[in-house]
Design a protein around this ligand. Structure first.
Ligand SMILES: [Zn+2]
Length: 266
């Protein structure tokens, strides 16, 4: 069984995931009004698109999916390992403008049912985590740097510290991002995995004069190391570069829009 449904609502298309204890979705680039190279459903303010277009796209997407932007909390992602716990009082931060987003943070956690966590992606890996026992959820942004720094595992650790979550109770979903089908890297990046945390060497393969990096396998490895059970880690298997309906940083040559991931506890 697929861990998601592709839902079409007006001109929008999005993925709705099956994740115990959480409501979790991921947008595509279908719908919206942004002009090239952000065509058309760019949901991120920080990429150089017109701010009014992004604001209108966010309103339209929220209306189509059926949630309120007032509940959303966004962070300024910087490929680091800062993790922030947010509450009802943070609602709306980064949702309407970039300036008041949670600064320099790549993972958000909440145990507040009124809070929707958001993150922005175009090839980097969105990792959704939920603990239905403690009612906590997290959203992690992991590019290759965050993956090497094991941000997903650190986030599970923080959930345990803040909300007494037991890793064995947690579920995780590795969302749409650049897959091993499309991700070649140079020697320096490959070496960070070959000689990285235990088990990471399996995520990189040499093929002729280049290296294929599997960020999905590496992040699965991180989640297993942090104590999640293998059967509770799902992989969407959707590649943003060759999947057809996504922005791809690699595929679009760097200047492009972003999809958004949203999660809230049920
Ligand atoms: Zn691909």
């Amino acid at each position: 069984m697929d861990c998601f449904q592709l839902i079409r609502e007006k001109d929008m298309e999005y993925l709705k995931f099956v994740l115990p204890g959480a409501w979790a979705v991921f947008s595509t680039r279908q719908g919206g009004t942004s002009r090239p190279p952000f065509d058309t459903l760019n949901l991120a303010f920080h990429v150089g698109d017109e701010q009014e277009s992004v604001a209108a796209n966010r309103e339209a997407f929220a209306a189509a999916v059926g949630f309120s932007l007032d509940r959303v909390v966004c962070a300024n992602q910087v490929h680091g390992t800062n993790i922030q716990v947010v509450t009802q009082e943070d609602c709306g931060r980064g949702a309407f403008r970039l300036e008041d987003a949670v600064p320099e943070t790549d993972a958000l956690i909440t145990a507040d049912k009124g809070v929707i966590l958001a993150g922005f992606f175009a090839d980097c890996v969105p990792i959704y985590i939920s603990d239905p026992v403690k009612g906590a959820v997290a959203l992690v942004h992991a590019g290759w740097k965050g993956t090497v720094k094991e941000i997903a595992g650190k986030t599970v650790g923080r959930m345990s510290g803040e909300f007494s979550c037991s890793p064995a109770d947690c579920y995780a979903l590795i969302g749409p991002s650049i897959g091993p089908c499309c991700y070649t890297v140079g020697k320096e990046v490959a070496a960070k995995f070959e000689f990285g945390p235990e088990g990471f060497d399996k995520a990189v393969k040499k093929q002729e004069d280049k290296w294929i990096l599997d960020l999905w396998a590496a992040n699965r490895n991180v989640l297993l190391s942090s104590g999640l059970l293998p059967e509770r880690i799902q992989l969407s298997g959707v590649c943003t570069r060759c999947g057809g309906k996504f922005f791809s940083y690699r595929g679009d040559g760097g200047c492009t829009g972003r999809m958004a991931a949203f999660i809230k506890p049920l």
